[in-house]
Design a binder for this molecule. Structure first.
Ligand code: C2E
Ligand code: MG
Ligand code: MG
Ligand code: MG
Length: 276
């Protein structure tokens, strides 16, 4: 959201600014009460092995259902939550709920190998993120290696002590993935120092993989990079059979996207994956 407004944050038309400002304030007021009103919940999007269709994990994606506004997409409230500081509360709730869900599935007879959860920059700035994650793992009893935290490239590059925080998280045994990979600009030298296991190819590259030579080249380069650095590579936003086939042909074995499943409820995950 902030990005769309332009670098300096100034806007040009006062009337629309007022309207937007009011809207923002209203949204922020609603958002602050969303957790206690049980309006926040999680959807889960399967991550699969392309050639077998096997479930290798899920990504937790936060959802906000407000009685007046309806379903508000993360693109409309995550940045707001970050600006207002609410993200710390929200992020903690998401982590707890995601970890608890892994145990519920287990009790229902479904073993989901891995839970991926998104972290935002503001959660790092507050410090002691590893302490919070560790406490949640202790409390829920989820094995640390079954939790994978996703951090975008831009977060890593724009946080002064990102390496320190990421090392702390690595030390408690959780997995780390770089989300939206290819859209930021991390230097490869820096990447080499990070104890991450997974690169997620941004869906903007996957979209036109079959028709755009640049996207094709970038995707192949990321797959190669992953191979040479012994990282696992997962493609985001896979919507077609052709995209999946392309990825497999070029050595990317893992994917996530509407072709396999949209983000769905915990119950839908059980329905689809238990009876195999
Ligand atoms: P992300 O982490 O890159 O998540 C992937 C987004 O791509 C999700 O959007 C998902 O619904 C969408 N997607 C998945 N497959 C496809 C596909 O095949 N085609 C298309 N067009 N889209 C696909 P969503 O759920 O709207 O989330 C958007 C972003 O909001 C996420 O991007 C993430 O950055 C952020 N977000 C979501 N949940 C959380 C959260 O719990 N905490 C934080 N900090 N950020 C979150
Ligand atoms: Mg993600
Ligand atoms: Mg992504
Ligand atoms: Mg994204």
């Amino acid at each position: 959201q902030a990005k769309a407004r332009g670098r300096n944050g100034y806007r040009f038309y006062a009337p629309s600014m007022t309207g937007e400002g009011m809207e923002r304030l209203r949204l922020e007021t609603f958002l602050r009460r969303s957790l206690e009103k049980n309006e926040i919940f999680l959807n889960y999007q399967p991550q699969v092995e392309i050639d077998t269709g096997r479930l290798i994990g899920v990504e937790a994606l936060v959802r906000w259902n407000h009685p007046e506004l309806g379903l508000v997409p993360p693109s409309r409230f995550i940045a707001l939550a970050e600006d207002s500081g609410f993200i710390n509360q929200l992020g903690k709730w998401v982590l707890e709920e995601a970890c608890r869900q892994m145990l519920r599935w287990q009790q229902q007879g479904l073993h989901v190998p891995k839970m991926a959860v998104n972290l935002s920059l503001k959660q790092f700035e507050r410090g002691s993120i590893a302490g919070m994650v560790d406490a949640i793992l202790q409390e829920t009893g989820l094995e640390p290696q079954r939790l994978q935290l996703e951090v975008t490239e831009s977060v890593i590059m724009n946080t002064s002590d990102a390496l320190g925080y990421i090392n702390d998280l690595h030390a408690i045994g959780v997995g780390l993935a770089i989300d939206d990979f290819g859209t930021g600009y991390s230097s490869l030298a820096y990447l080499k120092q990070l104890p991450v296991q997974t690169l997620k190819i941004d869906r903007s590259f996957i979209k036109d993989i079959a028709s755009d030579a640049d996207d094709e080249a970038i995707t192949i380069a990321i797959i190669e990079l992953g191979r040479s650095m012994q990282l696992s590579v997962i493609a985001e936003g896979v919507e077609t059979q052709e995209q999946a086939a392309f990825l497999l042909r070029h050595g990317c074995r893992l994917a996530q996207g509407y072709f396999y499943s949209r983000p769905v409820t915990a119950h839908d995950i059980v329905e689809r994956w238990t009876s195999l």
